[in-house]
Design a protein around this ligand. Structure first.
Ligand SMILES: Cc1cc2nc3c(=O)[nH]c(=O)nc-3n(C[C@H](O)[C@H](O)[C@H](O)COP(=O)(O)OP(=O)(O)OC[C@H]3O[C@@H](n4cnc5c(N)ncnc54)[C@H](O)[C@@H]3O)c2cc1C
Length: 404
């Protein structure tokens, strides 16, 4: 056993994997247990947006800013994450939408977010593939992108080359004990600490500990096209994204024209990211009512494809694949950024991070490891940020429709 101790991490998604990285670098021996042969959860199904600019002022923005810096640092020592600053450009389709952006660009914290209002011409300077019809755009200079289909596997391959890390895949944890877990084959994994990063599991292992509506699950529909002939540069979003991200002054939202009924009924916004192979990933929708449909709704895809066609200069390429993904988000205390709790002695759950998990994972892992090492006095999610004890629900709230 290493000098710092031994940690068992359950869950091979981005939260569990970042936790392994931070724990290993802090000197812990790490055993990483995953149900699937390779992770198939939200962490490989998302946009890969490290979206800082849209975060609520206060702890959420601070957490995202810290995470963004950590992503950048990690990408310097782990090859193949394809971390890159990449907008997004939130595109105005009308003068009314541009007015809303002007308001946003005047917000006190616009500088921290690196928001910049761009004329149609300047926006096309940044993204030559933008349609002539765009009226201007809001650029978020802080934001970045990684490749979600590669990130967790790339990080894990990096970990496997380090001493003190072991990977146990195809092992479903079915039982918890004090400082230990048991898989379905009856094998126990014990350590000084066990961390459950099991994602949006509403059943099974963590279910007995949910004790009421601590988290809820959200289902999203996504698609990916064949390679687009041009290079986009920044990610793109339409103005509906301003309705869902908590960064924007609510008063200014009144400038926006009414949302299209179909977009409203799917709580949808256009988000569009060009992957390193040229393909376009886009979405996204939000479904909160369980049981979730087992199939994909075509009507909203048609709407999003039309929106993309209005934003891009060249035709949208043929659709290559479609999928859905589910994340969980805290709802018990709306000021909590995620759910972290010791549910048995030495066994901690980290879940409910919502639509910001890919963004915030390194900072969340850093906080947990600091706590594990005894460097922070409390398990409060924003403890290391030196922020006030509790922010009001208004400033740190996460609502149903805020996230990608
Ligand atoms: C479509 C979509 C788009 C999104 N876009 C973005 C975005 O652009 N930016 C952003 O910041 N966030 C985004 N998110 C949110 C983000 O993806 C999630 O918050 C994040 O991936 C959650 O990571 P996780 O590790 O907690 O969960 P997961 O990735 O789901 O990983 C959990 C892992 O635990 C394993 N597991 C579960 N139970 C057990 C068990 N009993 N035993 C062993 N293993 C188990 C699962 O197999 C899984 O591999 C998006 C989410 C979705 C669904």
């Amino acid at each position: 056993m290493s000098a710092a101790g031994r940690v068992v991490v359950v869950g091979g998604g981005i939260i569990g994997t970042m936790y392994c990285l931070m724990a290993l670098e802090a000197g812990f021996e790490v055993v990483h247990v995953e149900r699937d042969i390779e992770p198939r959860g939200a962490s490989v199904r998302n946009f890969g947006l490290v979206w800082v600019g849209g975060r609520a002022a206060g702890p959420e923005l601070a957490l995202a800013l810290r995470a963004r810096r950590l992503w950048e640092e990690i990408a310097l020592r782990v090859d193949g994450l394809h971390f890159r600053p990449a907008g997004p450009l939130t595109v105005a389709g009308s003068a009314a939408e541009l007015r809303m952006m002007e308001q946003a660009a005047r917000q006190d914290d616009a500088g921290i977010r690196q928001w910049q209002l761009l004329s149609a011409e300047s926006a096309r300077g940044l993204c030559p593939e933008l349609s002539e019809r765009s009226a201007g755009a809001l650029y978020c200079g802080r934001d970045a992108v990684v490749e979600p289909r590669l990130a967790v596997n790339t990080l894990r391959e990096h970990l496997r080359r380090q001493r003190g890390y072991s990977w146990a895949s195809g092992r479903e944890v079915v039982l918890l004990g004090e400082r230990k877990v048991k898989d379905e084959h009856g094998e126990w994994f014990a350590g000084d600490r066990v961390l459950l990063c099991t994602g949006a599991q509403g059943v099974g292992l963590v279910a007995p500990h949910l004790g009421g509506p601590r988290v809820r699950r959200v289902r999203l529909q996504m698609l990916q096209t064949e390679p687009y002939p041009g290079t986009l540069g920044p990610a793109l979003a339409d103005c509906d994204s301003m309705r869902y991200y908590p960064a924007y002054d609510a008063g200014a939202l009144a400038w926006l024209p009414p949302q299209a009924p179909i977009a409203r009924s799917f709580a949808a916004q256009l988000l569009l990211v060009q992957r390193v192979d040229g393909c376009l990933t886009f979405g996204d929708t939000h479904d909160y009512d369980e049981p979730f449909p087992f199939d994909l709704e075509e009507e909203i895809y048609r709407y999003l494809l039309d929106r993309a066609a209005a934003v891009l200069r060249q035709p949208v390429p043929r659709v290559q694949r479609r999928w859905a993904g589910v994340y969980s988000e805290t709802i018990e205390k709306r000021s909590e950024l995620y759910w972290r709790e010791e549910v048995l002695p030495g066994v901690e759950v980290v879940s409910g991070v919502g639509g910001r998990g890919m963004t915030c994972a390194p900072a969340i892992a850093e906080q947990s490891v600091a706590w594990l090492s005894g460097n922070t006095p409390a398990a409060r999610p924003d403890a290391h940020l030196g922020l006030p004890e509790r922010v009001s629900a208004g400033t740190a709230s996460t609502t149903a429709t805020e996230e990608p």
